[in-house]
Design a protein around this ligand. Structure first.
Ligand code: FCB
Length: 453
């Protein structure tokens, strides 16, 4: 029997999963830290971009955000109180290097050192993302990720971080969602730095992937016992109809959306189908690059949010495909389709088509218009979203999938990039004027689940 969107597998429990399953939450520096000019932090491309009129829907920036820089102990207490065993966070490169001193910023390093100690003291395994989109602006001024020299700057930064924190952090994620870095940042211009050029986006993408490939051996050299991976945003792609034209459009879209990353990371080079589509816009690839990118990792992180439905659109360069939004699908308040089955289909496909080894869901979550009423946030839709995704994951594992952990996006409501503070993804509500944190119904459910109640 197929499950309808209203079926709730209430019987799900932690003991359905392995005892060493990783249960965490995910965050990222620019979205929560605030303290944009504190302790020697320099501007990132997101400070610059969000200050430009019209770029962020509510005109906001991450300058204050959740002020996690000053509330980090309270925030780690929240994660601990939920009973979690892991915490995924990112490091702000602009807190570490300022483009003037060759030496790393001691205050920036000290902040992350305290943060990691705080995680360990609370039984939270630190999962560190080295790059979650906040490139220092001074590096962007020298060409950013389009400049191959940025790969070397990234390696210098990674070297410093892993030498400094590698005694305590064993799980490393080189990059968060290179598709977004490259394509939102440089093709559709929705994200920083806001360029609109496909060849530029593809070159950026290549350098980001190259920096990943070259960072993996460096991290391993600096951190004995390190587990290293990358977090990709992947989407199951469905054709809008049974027509051969829509099927071909879906395949083209999948080639650039998913296989552009998976194929090259798993040693097949960029997919021929996508290279044929982009033609002369393909990136410059130097000898040895593809081998470096295809370095074997310890795990793959999958950030899963929604499937994409695609139809043929002859005029759309380069894909000749268009994303459509069928009326009959359940959606969050952000308009993203709710599809736990999509997550299973995606994870099974990745494991079938590539030798990925261990898989972690490094992000999964939903945005709803939450309200604080009488001191509580009753976000039943997010709770149900979580229940249904965990149940889907349980079924996938029963079917043989090597999923080893799940990180809910996100611990806190936060600065949702181009949407500003209009979208709330947190298991914890942030009352921005007072910076008060209130665990939502969904967070209470996750906590009870993880605690085995
Ligand atoms: C992902 C990002 C994350 C957050 C969620 C909602 O694409 O990695 O920072 O914005 O979407």
């Amino acid at each position: 029997m197929t499950k309808t969107s209203t079926d709730l597998p209430m019987a799900i429990q932690r003991s359905d999963f392995a005892s060493d399953f990783v249960w965490g939450v995910s965050t990222s520096a620019y979205q929560i830290e605030g303290a944009a000019a504190v302790d020697g932090r320099v501007p990132s491309i997101w400070d610059t971009f969000s200050a430009r009129p019209g770029k962020i829907r509510d005109g906001s920036t991450g300058a204050v955000a959740c002020d996690h820089y000053h509330h980090w102990e309270e925030d780690l207490d929240l994660a601990q109180s939920m009973g979690l065993n892991a915490y995924r966070f990112s490091i702000a490169w602009p807190r570490i290097f300022n483009g003037v001193d060759a030496q790393p910023n001691a205050k920036g390093l000290a902040f992350y050192s305290r943060l990691v100690d705080g995680m360990l003291a609370r039984g939270l395994q630190p999962w560190c993302t080295l790059y979650h989109w906040d490139l220092p602006q001074y590096i962007e001024d020298q060409g950013g990720w389009n400049n191959r020299a940025t790969v070397d700057l990234y390696l210098q930064y990674v070297d410093v971080i892993t030498r400094h924190l590698g005694d305590r952090i064993k799980h490393w994620i080189t990059h968060n969602e290179p598709w977004c870095t490259a394509m939102h940042g440089n093709w559709d211009g929705m994200h920083a730095p806001g360029n609109k050029s496909l060849p530029l986006a593809l070159q950026v993408c290549h350098h980001v992937l190259l920096s990943h490939g070259r960072a993996v051996p460096l991290i391993r050299a600096n951190v004995p016992g390190a587990k290293v991976g990358i977090a990709l945003s992947l989407h199951p792609v469905e054709p809008a109809s049974d027509s051969p034209a829509d099927a071909a459009a879906a395949s083209r879209h999948d080639a650039l959306r998913n296989r552009w990353f998976l194929d090259v990371l798993y040693g097949r080079g960029y997919p021929a189908e996508a290279l044929a589509l982009v033609g002369e816009d393909a990136p410059v690839v130097m000898p040895g690059d593809l081998e470096a990118i295809a370095v074997q990792c310890d795990f793959l992180g999958v950030n899963y949010y929604f499937p994409e439905v695609v139809q043929n659109a002859p005029d759309e360069y380069p894909l000749r495909a268009e994303i459509v939004y069928p009326q009959d699908r359940q959606r969050t308040d952000f308009g993203w389709e709710v599809s736990p089955q999509g997550m299973v289909t995606l994870l099974e496909r990745v494991a079938r088509d590539y030798l990925v080894g261990d898989l972690y869901v490094t992000e999964s979550g939903s945005s709803y218009d939450d309200h604080l009423e009488h001191g509580a946030v009753i976000d039943t839709q997010r709770r149900d979203y979580l229940i249904r995704h965990l149940a889907a994951m349980r079924d996938a594992i029963a079917g043989g999938s090597r999923i080893k952990g799940y990180f809910a996006w996100s611990l806190l409501d936060n600065f949702e990039w181009a949407e500003g503070y209009l979208r709330r993804f947190g298991l914890t509500y942030i009352d921005y004027p007072t910076q008060r944190r209130i665990i939502k119904q969904s967070g209470q459910w996750y906590s009870a689940f993880v605690r085995g109640h």
